[in-house]
Design a protein around this ligand. Structure first.
Ligand SMILES: Nc1nc2c(ncn2[C@@H]2O[C@H](COP(=O)(O)OP(=O)(O)OP(=O)(O)O)[C@@H](O)[C@H]2O)c(=O)[nH]1
Ligand SMILES: [Mg+2]
Ligand SMILES: [Zn+2]
Length: 336
């Protein structure tokens, strides 16, 4: 009788509609029921800093996680010493299912994929208008990774004090992708910070782009120093020399209104993991032109309808060139 009753109980629980993940209760027997949840802020080799409530906890992966690695942005369950005191180390026993994944490979022909950031809502693709020169093909690659990984893109064009944004806006201004242009003066006056903030509120935004485009400068302008100190990361940007960012780092915006994640500069953005047929989704301006393509068109073949469509003036030929280049070099290494 008792046993029977117990079973009914379990069935009830099992059929409750909104149980997280809808997993059958009996298969995943959560060990460490008492674990606390936190968000990964940095990963330095095997050591992770995790925000648990309002404490910064140092942690390492528990052996039971196997080869699975936690990355910045991951929500993890921890056990052990969660006091956040010096020389303590907690253990990460679970990684929550990710809502988005920003992946890249070193090159297109490199099968080893790395998760750069987990659970970001938005990908801020940062490009300097000069010093270093804009690289539209890197922007396009980041757009592909954003669409593929479930992140909404935002274009940030920095250093408008050095060069005007006209040429890039011709390429990207009409794409229905939000963009912000910033300059040194506007960063210092706060005007640029307000404009960027408008696009970030309530979201987790990862900043990516070539080294030297101004990601850290922008992130530091967005996150007041006391907030940065809170998470234990005040990168001393001293007068002498520039500090290139060497690992990803999540920082809270003021008012608990979202997060920004600074990442190291990119040279290339390999897309080995992206199915070529999905690349077109990162070109919303060209997508309508594929309506008359042959079935399963790769958009990089003689019968592709895009050539005629673009020739009719529906889109900028430079964009088609970029798509083709991405498609044709996807299996090889592409330089800058
Ligand atoms: N003229 C000008 N210089 C800027 C602007 N924003 C940033 N810089 C400068 O550009 C240089 C690089 O800035 P960082 O913020 O370190 O660039 P980053 O993208 O974080 O670089 P990595 O960490 O190497 O990826 C620094 O010397 C900044 O002072 C800007 O709007 N105008
Ligand atoms: Mg940096
Ligand atoms: Zn086609």
């Amino acid at each position: 009788m008792r046993r029977y009753g117990k079973h009914t109980d379990e069935d009830d629980i099992r059929s409750r509609p909104n149980r997280k993940g809808n997993r059958p209760r009996t298969h995943i027997r959560p060990k460490h029921e008492d674990a606390s949840w936190g968000m990964v802020l940095t990963v330095d080799r095997g050591r992770l800093t995790v925000l648990v409530e309002d404490r910064i906890v140092m942690a390492m992966k528990a052996r039971e996680l196997g080869r699975k690695a936690a990355v910045v942005g991951d929500r993890v369950a921890l056990v052990g010493d969660l006091s956040g005191q010096k020389d303590t180390l907690a253990r990460i026993v679970r990684i929550e299912e990710r809502t988005s994944v920003l992946r890249r490979t070193a090159d297109d022909d490199d099968p080893y994929e790395r998760v750069v950031v987990a659970n970001a809502d938005q990908l801020a693709i940062v490009t300097a208008l000069a010093d270093p020169e804009p690289r539209p093909r890197l922007i396009d690659r980041c757009l592909v990774a954003a669409f593929d990984g479930g992140l909404t893109p935002l274009l940030v064009m920095t250093k408008s004090d050095l060069a005007p944004p006209d040429k890039l806006l011709e390429l990207y201004g009409d794409l229905d992708i939000p963009y912000v242009v910033t300059s040194r003066e506007e960063l210092e006056s706060g005007a640029a910070v307000d404009r960027v903030r408008e696009q970030l509120d309530g979201k987790i935004t990862a900043f990516v782009g070539h080294s030297g485009v101004g990601k850290t400068t922008l992130v530091n302008a967005l996150v007041p120093e006391d907030r940065r100190r809170l998470t234990g990361h005040v990168n001393a940007v001293t007068g002498r020399g520039r500090h290139t960012t060497t690992s990803a780092l999540a920082l809270p915006l003021a008012g608990d209104d979202g997060w920004v994640i600074d990442t190291p500069g990119l040279r290339s953005f390999g897309l080995h993991h992206v199915d070529p047929s999905r690349v077109i989704h990162a070109f919303p301006d060209l997508e309508p032109g594929t309506e008359n393509c042959p079935r399963a068109c790769s958009h990089d073949e003689p019968d592709c309808a895009l050539d005629a469509w673009v020739a009719e003036g529906h889109a900028d030929p430079a964009r088609l060139y970029s798509l083709r280049r991405l498609l044709s070099t996807r299996e090889r290494t592409e330089g800058d």
